[in-house]
Design a protein around this ligand. Structure first.
Ligand SMILES: [Fe+2]
Length: 142
């Protein structure tokens, strides 16, 4: 089983967003392990497909709440989300063309996992604090 990347320091103080971050990190860890251990290409492709869909779902949720609450840094936050989606799409293309190479594994660890951890600890925690000040309560979803 892939190692867990979540720790409580990553909490943005909004249960719904934390729940989605845990889901993303879980599947990113699975992707990293699958690529490093050369699991079957259908498993890797399946995890990549899930991540593309779930990233869209999660970023859209954050963006919806930013918009609904007049978040002043909406445009900047949106732009970094778009950048991550492009990176993920590009790595999916690399996988299709070249398979589970060491450079793909390296890119997953740096451009996806480390990127997301940093994004959560800076940009998303700032958003979480803003939503908290606004009194916005978003509970976990079943
Ligand atoms: Fe974000």
């Amino acid at each position: 089983m892939a190692k867990s990347l979540w720790n409580d320091k990553l909490s943005v103080g909004v249960p719904l967003i934390d729940q989605q971050h845990k889901m993303l990190l879980k599947h990113l860890a699975e992707l990293s392990e699958a690529v490093e251990s050369h699991h079957g290409s259908s498993e890797i492709a399946g995890t990549l497909d899930f991540l593309v869909d779930y990233t869209d779902f999660h970023f859209s949720a954050e963006e919806k709440h930013m918009k609904a609450n007049g978040y002043p840094k909406f445009e900047q936050h949106l732009a970094v989300h778009e950048g991550f989606k492009k990176t993920l799409a590009n790595l999916g293309e690399d996988f299709k063309e070249e398979g589970a190479t060491p450079s793909l594994a390296e890119a997953i660890n740096t451009l996806l996992i480390n990127w997301l951890l940093k994004h959560i600890e800076a940009v998303d925690q700032e958003l979480g604090a803003f939503l908290g000040e606004k009194g916005v309560v978003l509970e976990e979803e079943a």
